[in-house]
Ligand binder design. Structure first.
Ligand SMILES: [Zn+2]
Length: 806
């Protein structure tokens, strides 16, 4: 077994107005060789003068990285020749850098780790050499701009972890406002040292990798390099200490030169600059610039506001977004609504217009105003989206727009009642149909009333007033088969059947305790036992549910299902319907004899509970997520890893709100299922079995591991090792759940550590059924591997934070 060590050398261009040792402008772009002077061009006899602002920003970064400050920062000359540097030396720091021994924490795959910072030093940047055909051109605009170098200890282990560290670091310097973090323009650059050795033998030969100018390249190059070194060591060879370049076109690293050592540079103290000693007054000016850092802000957002982890992370990714959010909240807007609008409608508009929030016409005051109009009921949801678009187009406030376009909705029941009475009189036939227990004409009646109001009536209020007028409550029952609608033959065998007689019986019976004006409408979807469920059945259920939720004719929906696969269907619905407008209650029965009481309880829950998805069985409510079938004793089901029985966290909210039609849905479900496989590992399982599945087209595995996430990864056929290595080559992904009620966090055991090093993803508190259906839900909408991975990890983070706080 190998261990890998990655250390990073990060360079950031500080956003000072002028260069570090002269008064030239320090800015990206500009006509070549226009921001230059004798000092930064290194003419004889000129003297450098230290830019104190550059020092201030440098110490600010050092403080934010928890470094200890050296008493003095000594500038030294690093001697070497290269055409982009006219002086033949670079002013840098060597023996006494400005700061050392800091840290930055990261949490990769639930593995929390402290990455130590070895040192922070300030130097001057070189110019730029541009190759154009046979010519090499030189632009010295960049020469002498302040460049801060941050060196980490080799505490990182895999490419993904280094990528995450770098992203966190970039967020930090952007929050501090010391660097724009633009990797494409080179204002944030990264080199890495990679060293692989047999576990417990310490560092091996060090290879330096250059040319990592995107986060993706960091990940890919480091993973490539780790594998390259492992292969050399496996063959018994020795890794050469050298500098290699990442070739982004061929996806590999190439040898560039044998690495020089520090001695080769003949460092000596810069005679023209005195050592810099940060005194108390200077450090006070540094401390005055400290802002709340991204990690602290994220933590505070999670405590102060009712946000999911992915929402908080989205808001805190950019300081401007986080500030915008808090400004809206200060102005009285509901934090949940602000987060939702920023992550969905506002983001979509910004993407479409290729704008960023800070430079868009939308201000925090205007978004707060829009949400205010919505919550006061002056406009409804559809109009609110229209207003938002108009804000971007017309650059006027929401209030003005609503007035100018006459978009204000009618919310006064006094004005609506005559309209409703008129329509009911005109459409007597439809009214009669509804009174007899058919909900279908309700939509038509609502449409007529809306038309009469010129589209300005509040739809929710119309629906409510209409139902009051008719004196009816509808509960729709979607029948999916199962023992609940089944019957027992003379031999005692349970067979699937029709739910209608039972519904009829419940409607007539006076003693059920169900209100007399409740009407039930049965929609038969399939008549099977739940173990016989197919992708077509799922697609039919999802489409029917989607349609009924949109129509909003009913006050609640009951899904009558079988017990065996209910855990799957319930969690799939949970992921796909993050914000149902009605209570959706799934129920099932262990036998036809218990069907009546189970259905009755579910119907009551559907007429009483708040909107959400629930599972009801034997007189109890459960969360649709993390449900386990536990037939022993009473109770029927249990929810794993949940502090409270009903979890109301978010589903797959972030990207998609529109479900495809039934036919397309069936096609996508089948396609997703052909790439996914759920496996429970057991002693003696061979890695070859998984490889056979990969050969059959499986790309995503949900692996049920032992305990908190352990498995055999030794060099034996009875381990997952070979499967993981093959998976890496073929782009297969492994999402790990537990066979026990436990949280998979890959901690504690060396076997867990090996798993996360091989890129397995722990699914935290999610059960196998919940992880599997999340994967299906994600694959319905995304083909992009990175996005699939991101959405899987998001579910897991949100559930972990939600399950504990709910
Ligand atoms: Zn200059």
């Amino acid at each position: 077994m190998f261990q890998s060590y990655i250390g990073l050398e990060i360079h950031i261009q500080l956003t000072t107005a002028s260069k570090v040792f002269c008064g030239c402008r320090a800015a990206f772009g500009g006509e070549p060789n226009t921001n230059v002077c004798p000092v930064c061009l290194g003419y004889p006899g000129v003297l450098p003068a230290l830019n104190e602002e550059a020092m201030r920003l440098s110490y600010l970064v050092a403080r934010a990285l928890n470094c200890s400050l050296n008493e003095q920062a000594v500038f030294e000359r690093k001697n070497y020749f290269y055409p982009d540097m006219t002086k033949n030396y670079q002013i840098s720091q060597f023996a006494s850098p400005l700061a050392k021994e800091g840290f930055l924490d990261v949490a990769y795959r639930k593995h929390k780790k402290r990455i130590r910072i070895r040192e922070v030093h300030l130097e001057e940047d070189a110019g730029k050499m541009i190759h154009a055909g046979d010519l090499s051109l030189l632009d010295y605009n960049r020469a002498g701009t302040p460049l801060l170098e941050i060196v980490t200890e080799p505490d990182l282990e895999v490419g993904e972890e280094a990528e995450l560290f770098l992203q966190n670091f970039r967020r930090l310097v952007r929050y501090l406002g010391v660097c724009d973090g633009n990797m494409e323009e080179g204002s944030l650059r990264c080199d890495a040292n990679v060293s692989v050795n047999v576990r417990d033998r310490g560092l091996g030969s060090k290879v330096e990798i250059k040319n990592l100018n995107s986060f993706k390249f960091v990940r890919k190059a480091l993973n490539y390099e780790i594998e390259r070194q492992e292969k050399i060591l496996e063959r018994g060879g020795a890794v050469t200490q050298e500098t290699r370049l990442w070739n982004e076109n061929r996806d590999l690293t190439e040898g560039m030169r044998i690495k020089e050592s520090a001695l080769d540079y003949r460092y000596f103290p810069e005679p023209d600059l005195p050592p810099f000693r940060p005194d108390a007054a200077f450090l006070e000016t540094v401390d005055a610039m400290i802002v709340e850092l991204p990690r602290e802000r994220l933590r505070r957002f999670l405590t102060d506001y009712p946000l999911s982890e992915s929402q908080a992370d989205f808001l805190c990714a950019e300081k401007e977004t986080a500030d915008f959010f808090e400004e809206c909240v200060t102005l009285g807007a509901d934090p949940k609504a602000v987060a939702l609008w920023l992550a969905s409608d506002v983001r979509k508009l910004l993407n479409r217009r290729s704008e960023i929030l800070a430079k868009s016409p939308l201000t925090a005051a205007w978004l707060a105003e829009l949400l205010g109009l919505l919550s006061e009921g002056r406009i409804h949801g559809r109009i609110a989206k229209q207003v938002l678009e108009a804000v971007f187009e017309e650059k006027r406030s929401p209030g003005e727009l609503v007035r100018a376009h006459n978009w204000e909705q009618i919310t006064d029941p006094g004005r609506l009642e005559p309209l409703i009475a008129g329509v009911l009189e005109q459409e007597a036939a439809a009214v009669d149909q509804v009174r007899r227990g058919d909900a279908k004409p309700l939509g038509f009646l609502i449409g007529q009333i809306m038309k009469q109001s010129g589209g300005r009536a509040e739809p929710g209020l119309v629906r409510q007033l209409l139902k009051e007028k008719l004196g009816l409550t509808f509960i729709q029952v979607l029948a999916m088969g199962g023992a609940i609608g089944g019957s027992r033959t003379e031999e005692g065998v349970i067979v699937p059947g029709d739910l209608q007689p039972l519904i009829g019986k419940l409607t007539k019976s006076a003693g059920t305790g169900l209100s007399q004006n409740i009407r039930f409408e049965e929609v038969e979807i399939s008549r099977i036992l739940s173990e016989e469920i197919t992708p077509e059945d799922w697609a039919a259920l999802i489409s029917a549910l989607n349609g009924h939720l949109k129509e909003e004719n009913a006050s609640g929906i009951v899904v009558a299902h079988g017990t065996d696969t209910l855990a799957y269907t319930a969690s799939l619905l949970f992921w796909l319907f993050p914000e149902p407008t009605l209570p959706v209650v799934m129920t099932a029965s262990f036998s036809p004899e218990e069907a009546e009481s189970d259905l009755e309880y579910a119907l009551k829950a559907a007429s009483r509970e708040k909107p959400g998805i629930y599972v009801a069985l034997e007189g109890r409510l459960y969360s649709p997520l993390n449900i386990k079938f536990a037939r022993v004793g009473r109770g029927g089901f249990v929810n794993w890893n949940l502090a409270s029985p009903v979890y109301r966290g978010g589903g797959l909210t972030r990207l998609y709100t529109e479900l495809p039609g039934q036919e397309e849905l069936t096609r996508r479900l089948k396609d997703a299922l052909s790439r996914v496989c759920v496996l429970k590992i057991y002693p003696g399982m061979k890695g070859d079995y998984l490889i056979a599945l990969m050969n059959a087209g499986i790309r995503y595995f949900v692996l049920e591991l032992y305990d908190t996430g352990t498995a055999n990864l030794r060099e034996t056929p009875y381990s997952l090792k070979k499967a993981f290595l093959t998976g890496k080559e073929r782009g297969a992904r492994f999402f790990c759940t537990s066979q026990q009620e436990g949280i998979v966090d890959f901690s504690g055991y060396i076997t867990s550590h090996e798993l996360w090093r091989e890129k397995a993803v722990p699914m935290g508190s999610l059960t196998t059924e919940a992880a599997f259906t999340r994967l299906l839900a994600v694959l319905l909408f995304s083909e992009d591997e990175d996005e699939v991975l991101e959405l899987m990890e998001e579910a897991n983070a949100d559930f972990d934070s939600g399950a504990q706080s709910n």
